[in-house]
Design a binder for this molecule. Structure first.
Ligand SMILES: Cc1cc2nc3c(=O)[nH]c(=O)nc-3n(C[C@H](O)[C@H](O)[C@H](O)COP(=O)(O)OP(=O)(O)OC[C@H]3O[C@@H](n4cnc5c(N)ncnc54)[C@H](O)[C@@H]3O)c2cc1C
Length: 494
């Protein structure tokens, strides 16, 4: 299936001169991840498909390609014991339609479209609606275990969470899948950073130049799949495109989600989309010490959120992305989620409280609201007034029209003891903008032209989300588009 890779050359210098890509200067001007021109390596190893990155998107792309008999190499800049990217850090929740019925697929699609204010990538949502459930079953067929199916109110979706539970299942899942890939002849190159794409005389991408423990290596291939994740760990890109205060935001996942794939793709002419505005980030309000799993997202819609002045500022039922972005605009960029014993007994609160206890994150608990106010550092009279006003609106049935409203899941806060997940800070979970691709995961130039031999999937591709997303949507995107990329990367060769 593979060609020799004579006459390869890098277009980086030419493109840098032309200032190709998004913005006037392109990502190269804003990121320290910019690729350097590399000397020709001593040896060139030849594969059918090279996948860059071992997150969920890269892992399923490699598995799909290897399953069809292709000779696959996977390049990962992390050492083997840190493989898996943000996927390994994640809660492992995958969104899927509640069933394969047309009605449930439509409900899934509508929830995603609405959440992205109609500006998310509808093509990808349609592919997710059609394939996410079946792709979860495909993972099962490869030995991946899930908890019993869940739901995520108020969305009309089902969730598949990797066993043994949130924030615990993904490292094992990914490690097991890597073993499968190795068993099918796939070769992993850990500690090896992709620095440049190689272009052949026909203008097709024909390999990757990377730097690993033995120095510069070239992995020649007929298809290259970029699955390097997003740019949450690159404040330069965030500041340039989204928010000048990027340095002040916490990074919830791995620091090396630095947008490398966006840079690599842009250097060979790929278009980027959806990079602009704070809308292009997923910000959750999280525990400032345990930023990864310290996100009380399941309990949030049932609680009220108060800022440091003890006042509500957002409809909590809008979910954790809208909430996190709203916290960015609050004094001191901190908020606490207040709830009572009745809310504490609901299963979503129990799940969150269980996770916090497991991680040793302290929650505030008090016999009175005044005492709780002291523990979370807000004025007692303000917190009492906020809770009274909120309870009255629930009693009168006016919560959906209150200021701020609570459109769903409003319940009175009146039964002691009172609790709070406290001093939550905004942290970037994932980034929404990325490399332009089509429904086959082929990488596109800004004018829609396909770059032959180059595919991309996962968080850094497809500008899938805008403003907000439905929980579990990112891993669903990685799974569905990762599989498509792996399949199409092989089909493209044949
Ligand atoms: C704490 C947390 C919890 C989350 N929970 C969920 C959840 O439950 N459900 C959900 O849908 N989403 C969740 N997300 C988001 C989701 O985890 C990510 O969007 C998704 O895992 C991204 O997967 P990916 O395969 O695109 O990239 P990643 O999983 O980030 O993998 C990219 C890989 O590429 C490697 N790489 C990067 N550059 C190079 C290079 N130049 N050369 C070689 N390798 C390179 C990286 O080291 C990394 O291993 C969560 C995120 C965080 C941070």
């Amino acid at each position: 299936m593979t060609d020799s890779t004579k006459n390869t050359f890098s277009r980086r210098s030419m493109l840098a001169t032309l200032g190709a890509g998004a913005g006037l200067a392109g990502l190269g001007a804003v990121t320290s991840a910019k690729a350097a021109d590399l000397p020709s390596p001593e040896t060139v190893e030849t594969f059918d498909v090279v996948v860059i990155g071992t997150g969920l998107a890269g892992t399923v792309a490699a598995l799909e390609a290897a399953s069809s008999g292709a000779k696959v190499a996977i390049v990962e800049k992390a050492p083997e014991n840190r493989a898996g990217g943000n996927s390994a850090f994640s809660a492992g929740i995958i969104a899927m339609p509640a069933s394969q019925s047309a009605g449930d697929q439509d409900a899934f699609l509508e929830d995603f479209v609405a959440k992205g204010k109609g500006r998310g990538n509808r093509t990808v949502y349609e592919l997710m609606a059609k394939a996410a459930r079946a792709d979860v079953d495909w993972l099962r067929s490869h030995g991946v275990e899930f908890l019993p199916e869940g739901t995520m109110p108020p969305y009309r979706i089902a969730t598949a969470t990797t066993a043994p539970g949130p924030y615990m299942g993904m490292p094992r899942t990914l490690a097991d899948l890597r073993k499968k890939i190795t068993g099918m002849g796939g070769r992993f190159f850990f500690d090896t950073k992709a620095k440049q794409l190689v272009i052949d005389g026909k203008g097709a991408v024909s390999g990757v130049r990377a730097v690993g423990p033995a120095g510069v290596v070239e992995l020649a291939a007929r298809s290259v799949v970029i699955t390097t994740g997003g740019y949450a760990g690159n404040p330069q890109i965030i500041a340039a495109y989204s928010d000048p205060n990027a340095e002040a935001m916490m990074v919830r996942g791995i620091g090396w989600a630095t947008g490398d794939g966006l840079v690599l793709a842009e250097e060979v002419g790929a278009g980027l989309r959806g990079m602009g505005g704070i809308m292009a980030l997923h910000i959750a309000a999280v525990d400032a010490v345990e930023t990864a799993a310290g996100n009380p997202f399941a309990a949030l819609p049932y609680c009220i959120s108060v800022n440091q002045e003890g006042k509500r500022f957002i409809d909590e039922s809008k979910g954790y992305v809208a909430h996190g972005k709203a916290v960015l605009a609050q004094p001191g960029q901190r908020a606490s989620l207040v709830f009572d014993q009745q809310i504490a007994e609901l299963p979503p609160s129990q799940t969150t409280m269980g996770t916090f206890r497991r991680l040793g994150i302290e929650m505030a608990e008090a016999a009175t609201l005044e005492e709780l106010a002291e523990k979370i550092g807000v004025p007692a009279d303000a917190l009492v007034a906020t809770v009274n006003e909120f309870n009255t609106s629930v009693e009168n049935g006016t919560a959906p029209k209150a200021s701020p409203p609570k459109a769903a899941l409003a319940g009175k806060i009146e039964t002691a003891p009172f609790y709070a997940f406290r001093s939550l800070a905004p942290g970037v979970t994932l980034t929404f903008g990325g490399i332009m691709i089509n429904e086959k995961a082929e990488v596109l130039e800004a004018d829609g032209r396909v770059i032959p031999g180059l595919y991309a999937a996962g968080e850094g591709a497809g500008h899938v989300f805008y403003d907000d997303y439905v929980g579990g949507g990112s891993l669903a995107n990685c799974l569905v588009m990762g599989r498509i990329a792996g399949r199409e990367a092989v089909a493209g060769i044949r």
